[in-house]
Design a protein. Sequence first.
Length: 217
Amino acid sequence: MAPDKPAEQRPELADFWDLRFRSGMTPWETQRVPTALREFVARHPAFAPADPADVTSRSLPCRRRVLIPGCGSAHDATFLDTLGWETIALDFSAAAIATARSTLGDGWRGQLLCADFFTFDPGKAFDVIYERAFLCSMPRQLRTNYAKRMAELLPPGGLLVGFFLFGDELRGPPFEILPQQLEDLLSAHFSRREDHSVDDSLALFAGRERWQVWQRL
């Protein structure tokens, strides 16, 4: 039996990502907010009626709650927080959280959590979970747990939105997924509402990612 790899060579462990953030080896990071995310939040304002069926003045607005798992440097979290979203940015890498803390600065109104996505206590459900380079960061054996956890964190009608990396390359990270594999993974609990190409991908993902919106059944 082959010996276990060191922790810093195992992407399912925080040590792997700590090493990369501390050494600046983060080609998946950018300060540019992607166009698809900007367009999504333009269609889904930060505040919505507490009861969408109640259009009277008595229906007070409800602030939308969004989770960003594997937040990394948290530039997109800053963008959403600025627009008024109740933003929770989460990463299990302490080095990533330190980078995010520097990015967010003193004006940050959301929550920044150093925690494990699969086990943390969310307190309450989310309206939206934003996927960006999170699924493709984890080994394939964790995908079933990923889908199950997403379904746990979102109520019926909640949205899993973001960028999914497609292809058949076996090595990673980033770990690609085939379109039918993603369909099989999510379709038990979600229905796909949007699917379109991405024109402003980072070089690491160019030509292989699509923006998708999945709604919790």
